[in-house]
Design a protein around this ligand. Structure first.
Ligand SMILES: *[C@@H]1O[C@H](CO)[C@@H](O)[C@H](O)[C@H]1NC(C)=O
Ligand SMILES: *[C@@H]1O[C@H](CO)[C@@H](O)[C@H](O)[C@H]1NC(C)=O
Ligand SMILES: *[C@@H]1O[C@H](CO)[C@@H](O)[C@H](O)[C@H]1NC(C)=O
Ligand SMILES: *[C@@H]1O[C@H](CO)[C@@H](O)[C@H](O)[C@H]1NC(C)=O
Ligand SMILES: *[C@@H]1O[C@H](CO)[C@@H](O)[C@H](O)[C@H]1NC(C)=O
Ligand SMILES: *[C@@H]1O[C@H](CO)[C@@H](O)[C@H](O)[C@H]1NC(C)=O
Length: 938
């Protein structure tokens, strides 16, 4: 029966055989050599019992019928004894995270419970349930009794709770993976790891994203595993990094301890492990100098990432030692974002296989050693954000001097210099570089005109990035770029001082002129001349006139940003040709008239932003065909009518509804509460009346920090995420990359009456709540403290009465509060963040409020309650400072630490090895952000 396996099963089998280099099927030993073995009845019953416990909406296991269980999906038997030896139910679909399983019904995903009937599979050696969504059940204790297991993968399967110590009984186990997904970090935990000592055959251990903050013996425990080759404890909140150890690792080659909280120096034993090949200690709060390494002891090392720590001192000794092996193999070295200093040592040139060297964001000084020219494999060298000067070596082993008048003797294909001081004059040596197909000079401090000869180089160029300098003058009307049919040229001239009219360059697929001084109208023949453009960003200039009708001919256009100009007239009525348009931003212009109902019907459009114009008409007619939109912003226009019945408008995908500052009337429709994905509701500054719908409390999306979108079109470039402006904390902020974490409700400046519904306190992941300038009455809901993530709360200018609820003390993220002009009374709470609200204006106009920061003191407390409060607050004082700074620092701080992850694919890979399992990179992007955010919240 050699033919009974389906081809996928064969493939899967091959995969794991390669992966683990052991033949698991050996486990089922037998003397019988019959080829004709069938499934064993007892094991078949055990599998059926197991299936009973599972929920399988996609019918993945529908082949689990009939006699021959060896033939069932995911089941493999020994071909000699017929015993089930492999249960391979790993799914490659993304099945969601704990408590969040929208994707669940779309893919092959299992949930439910795990039946102990598996114990009857007495020869089971391979069990893989990874990627499913068990929705928060614990890992069952009995798994530890599956004594014959050699491979166990329960990762990314939404298990929660303490890892059973019984797993330590699996003495044949060679492979153990229990990692969580980044959106569910730390739900699994272990308070100590002494049980792993029992796993005496273990070679591969991955517990990433498991909470091991209490497992202080982890080093000693894993040191008892003599066969260990791979250890991944990244994102585990590890704190202890044993200072001394008699090392026992004789085969450890891959070590990932990134993203932990060691707050310690690097222990010296670590680099005595001579078998190490790949080491990642990125962002682990390691301080002190780089360890002294004995020369030639790390000769197997290929990848070393020590970035984003607090290492200080010089690197000479360390680099000398790494290069001390005659045959060193190091090809990836990242020491970026530390406090390292001094000159770069000559011995860098001994790392002759180095292809990636990142030293950015340190305090290195002096010039680059000439020996760098020996690094003939180098294809990525990043020295930005240091104090280096003098000559720079180019990555392809040529050394050149950045004197602007210097004449080089070579010709480069790729020139990429960013965030280095190269200017102020335009580098004339570029003139000789006629073979280049890529020139990147962004953020190079050049303040000059772009010389005419530069435009003669462009016939070979397909990537030009001169953004973020101070280039002046006009652009030539015609320039031809290298055109290859697949990509087209990518030209970024954004953030300069360029002026004159917009150039029409054919063969350009991506053109950004954002943030310059371009003026005059957009040429009326733009659609014909630039018919191949995919991304066009003309925002933040001084363009006037109307939007030419010919843009309708840009059939490939997927991104169009004309925002922040002085464009007038109406939006062209016929844009039906823009069938690939995904993002359209025409905000902040003087556009007027009605919006054609066909605009929303563009088949690919998902982001529509027309805010801050003079557009008018009935809102319901604009919204008629918008069923695909993820985000709509029509704020600050003259739209009238009522907020239409969103259900009949089919706006099911909507995450962002921006209608602020229009002339909308009527009630807030209750259907708003039925939108499964809404994260931002901004309907402030209208004439809406009635009460705040109670059902707002049912908006599930406001109860967790989660990704907005399960899928975005893959055509979308990640750098072109929408921009949204949110009025929060009393000012307008532009958010771009952070949007998926914002949960905002802004109903301010309407005619709303009645009480603030208690239900609203269920929205535990709300960030911003603004109900100011209405006629709301009654009390502030007592449980408002449940809004644990609220950063900004504005209830000013209403008729609210009663005391400020004491529960608000627990809202430790709150950093903007305005309660002015109400009828509140009583003592202002003290403690936690209230300590920082010392601007009396936020309580103004409530004559009966008292206590600091107001000058009116309260009458002495009538009972002991006041004392209690004070006692509490003192205990919390230390904490609050920390929380507050984290709240404020969130958006900025996160980008300082993790921003580059999003941009640099390779970094992301270093972090998220499961990237390949993810369906789209946007999801990964969001996962990174959530992880980064947790980091800050600690
Ligand atoms: C299964 O049977 C085939 C054919 O006899 C044999 O070549 C193969 O090695 C067997 N596989 C295992 C894992 O025993
Ligand atoms: C199971 O085996 C039968 C023949 O014995 C075959 O027709 C069928 O396709 C197999 N099913 C699967 C899922 O491999
Ligand atoms: C194993 O199988 C036997 C006989 O079929 C059954 O009685 C027993 O309950 C099973 N064990 C488990 C743990 O399900
Ligand atoms: C090294 O590993 C062996 C085998 O597990 C163990 O007996 C021994 O105690 C370990 N030594 C240290 C220093 O941990
Ligand atoms: C790190 O350790 C130092 C002393 O070793 C201590 O003062 C500091 O508070 C610690 N930092 C954190 C974040 O735990
Ligand atoms: C590291 O190895 C060297 C020589 O092999 C030895 O002298 C030293 O004591 C070791 N250091 C530690 C901390 O184990």
């Amino acid at each position: 029966m050699a033919t009974w396996r389906t081809s996928t099963q064969t493939l899967v089998l091959l995969c794991f055989l390669v992966l683990t280099k052991v033949n698991f099927l050996e486990a089922a030993e037998s003397n019988t050599r019959s080829q004709n073995v069938a499934c064993i009845e007892r094991e078949r019953n055990a599998l059926l019992e197991f299936r009973k416990g599972l929920k399988d909406p996609s019918g993945w296991l529908s082949s689990w019928v009939g006699k021959d269980c060896c033939n069932w999906t995911g089941v493999n038997c020994s071909n000699t004894t017929g015993n089930v030896v492999v249960l391979h139910l790993k799914t490659m679909d993304y099945c969601g995270s704990v408590g969040h399983s929208e994707a669940f019904n779309r893919g092959t995903c299992l949930s439910g419970t795990l039946s102990p009937s598996l114990l009857n599979l007495t020869y089971l050696s391979y069990l893989d349930l990874s990627g499913n969504n068990f929705q928060g059940i614990p890992i069952p204790e009995f798994i530890g009794s599956l004594k014959t297991l050699r491979y166990l993968d329960l990762s990314h399967a939404a298990f929660i709770g303490e890892v059973p110590r019984s797993l330590g009984n699996l003495s044949y186990l060679e492979y153990l993976a229990l990692s969580m997904v980044a959106t569910d970090p730390l739900w699994l935990w272990a308070s100590d790891l002494s049980w792993v000592v029992g796993l005496s055959s273990l070679q591969y251990l991955d517990l990433s994203f498991m909470n091991l903050s209490k497992a202080n013996n982890w080093v000693e425990a894993v040191n008892m595993l003599p066969s260990l080759t791979t250890l991944d404890l990244s994102w585990c909140e590890l704190q202890d990094f044993a200072e001394s150890l008699t090392i026992n690792f004789t085969s450890l080659s891959v070590l990932d301890l990134s993203c932990n909280n060691f707050n310690a120096t690097i222990p010296r034993w670590l680099f005595n492990i001579t078998t190490l090949q790949r080491v990642n200690l990125q962002r682990s709060e390691i301080k002190g100098s780089l360890p002294e390494v004995s020369r030639g002891s790390l000769c197997n090392l290929r990848t070393l990432d020590l970035s984003l720590n607090a290492f200080n001192g010089k690197i000479k000794g360390f680099i000398d030692a790494l290069g001390g092996c005659g045959n060193n193999t190091l090809d990836y070295l990242d020491l970026s974002s530390n406090n390292l200093q001094g000159k770069l040592p000559d011995s860098l040139g001994n790392l002759k296989y180095l292809s990636f060297l990142r030293l950015t964001q340190n305090s290195f000084s002096g010039s680059l050693p000439w020996s760098i020219g020996n690094l003939s494999n180098l294809d990525m060298l990043d020295l930005s954000f240091n104090f280096m000067n003098g000559a720079i070596a180019e990555s392809k082993s040529v050394v050149f001097n950045l004197n602007p008048d210097w004449v080089p003797s070579f010709s480069l294909y790729e020139i990429a210099i960013s965030n280095c001081q190269l200017g102020p004059r335009f580098p004339t040596w570029l003139r000789t570089q006629v073979d280049a197909f890529q020139i990147i000079l962004s953020g190079a401090g050049i303040s000059d005109i772009i010389p005419v000869w530069f435009w003669n180089l462009t016939s070979r160029l397909w990537w030009v990035d001169l953004s973020d300098n101070q280039f002046m003058g006009k652009l030539p009307g015609s320039v031809s770029f290298e055109f290859d049919n697949i990509t087209g040229a990518w030209v970024d001239l954004g953030f300069n001082l360029l002026e004159g009219s917009i150039p029409l360059w054919p063969n350009v697929s991506h053109l950004s002129l954002r943030n310059n001084l371009f003026s005059g109208p957009i040429p009326s023949n733009i659609g014909q001349r630039m018919s191949k453009v995919r991304d066009l960003d003309l925002s933040r200039n001084f363009l006037n006139g109307s939007i030419p009708a010919s843009i309708n001919e840009m059939e490939t256009l997927s991104f169009l940003d004309l925002s922040s100009n002085c464009l007038s007239g109406t939006i062209p009525r016929n844009l039906q040709g823009l069938r690939k348009l995904v993002i359209l931003d025409m905000s902040k212009n003087n556009l007027l008239g009605v919006v054609s109902i066909s605009l929303c019907a563009l088949p690919s459009l998902i982001f529509l932003k027309l805010s801050s114009n003079n557009l008018s008409g009935e809102l319901s007619s604009v919204l008629q065909n918008c069923s695909r939109l993820f985000s709509i912003d029509l704020g600050e226009n003259r739209f009238s009518g009522t907020i239409p019945d969103l259900v009949s408008a089919h706006l099911f995908s909507l995450t962002y509804l921006g209608l602020r500052a229009n002339f909308l009337r009527g009630n807030i429709p209750e259907q708003l509460c039925e939108f499964p994905y809404l994260h931002i509701i901004d309907i402030a500054q209208n004439k809406l009346s009635g009460t705040i719908p109670k059902c707002l409390g049912n908006l599930k999306t406001f109860t967790y920090l989660g990704p907005y979108f399960d899928e975005l079109p893959s055509t979308l470039h990640i750098e072109f995420r929408e921009h949204v402006e949110i009025v929060s904390k009393g000012r307008q902020n532009e958010y771009t990359k952070i949007i998926p974490l914002l949960n905002v409700i802004d109903l301010s400046a309407n005619d709303l009456k009645g009480e603030i519904p208690d239900h609203i306190t269920k929205l535990s992941a709300l960030f911003t709540l603004n109900l100011s300038w209405n006629h709301l009455s009654g009390k502030i809901p007592e449980n408002i403290g449940n809004l644990q993530r609220l950063e900004s709360l504005d209830l000013s200018h209403n008729n609210l009465s009663g005391p400020i609820p004491p529960s608000m003390i627990s809202m430790t993220f709150l950093n903007y509060l305005n309660l002015s002009f109400n009828k509140l009374w009583g003592q202002i709470p003290t403690g936690n963040q209230f300590q920082t609200f010392n601007d009396p204006c936020i309580y103004e106009g409530n004559p009966e409020l008292c206590g600091p920061p107001l000058s009116s003191s309260c009458s002495p407390p009538t009972n002991g309650a006041g004392e209690d409060e004070n006692g509490d607050s003192e205990g919390e004082v230390e904490k609050f400072g920390l929380y507050i700074s984290m709240g404020v620092g969130f958006a900025i701080g996160f980008w300082a630490v993790c921003g580059s992850l999003v941009i640099k694919q390779s970094w992301r890979r270093a972090y998220f090895k499961f990237i390949d399992e993810m369906k789209d990179r946007v999801y990964v992007f969001i996962a990174v952000m959530i992880a980064g955010c947790r980091e800050k919240m600690r």
